[in-house]
Design a protein around this ligand. Sequence first.
Ligand code: CA
Length: 227
Amino acid sequence: MSHKILIIEDEERIARFLELELQHEGYMVEKAYDGRTGLEKALEKDISLIVLDVMLPGLNGMEVCRRIRQSSEIPIIMLTAKDATMDKVMGLDTGADDYVGKPFAIEELLARIRAALKRKNIPSKKSSQVLLVNGLRLDLDKHTASYGNTPIELTKKEFDFLHYLMENKNMVLTRDQILERVWGYSYFGDTNVVDVYIRYLRSKIDSRFKKKFIHTVRGVGYILKDE
Ligand code: CA
């Protein structure tokens, strides 16, 4: 069965272009031209993935994304203004899976859609699993993190990132390895996102608990040490 993709984009010309390209690739397509309609359609059962523009009338893309995430883990790819780093970071922080800067190359967007759908189809591990490193505790079933008795609130990507670091404790992980694993493919040379997320994790963990967990290995990557 082919996937149905929802496009939320107020520029009808772009929405139509995307629709044709996606149909050409064998996807079914649903469109919405404003945030509110988009949000309603997003919660319909047969949608597999959402392409979401940031700049929308009424309810903007960030808000739409945040609200979808309150009840759904559906893959969301955001369309952001070109080089608007703030948009990218905020988009990922509100729970988007990925972003593509406008104007985008259709091949790039299609590659990201395929990657996101592939990640979605990987069945989650059934075994009950808890990772412990240096007092940091990650419960993979409950999807919770804590240090001692203090819960740590993490976004989905932060959780995945920390999971990867903890799984490979005491091993240096390169930015490329992290991108490949946490984001699903190499990020077209854009490894900034790794550093941004390292900052998020450090502020939520290292700074908060006044202990150094994540170490930088200059010129190589990062390591979570179990000491
Ligand atoms: Ca727009």
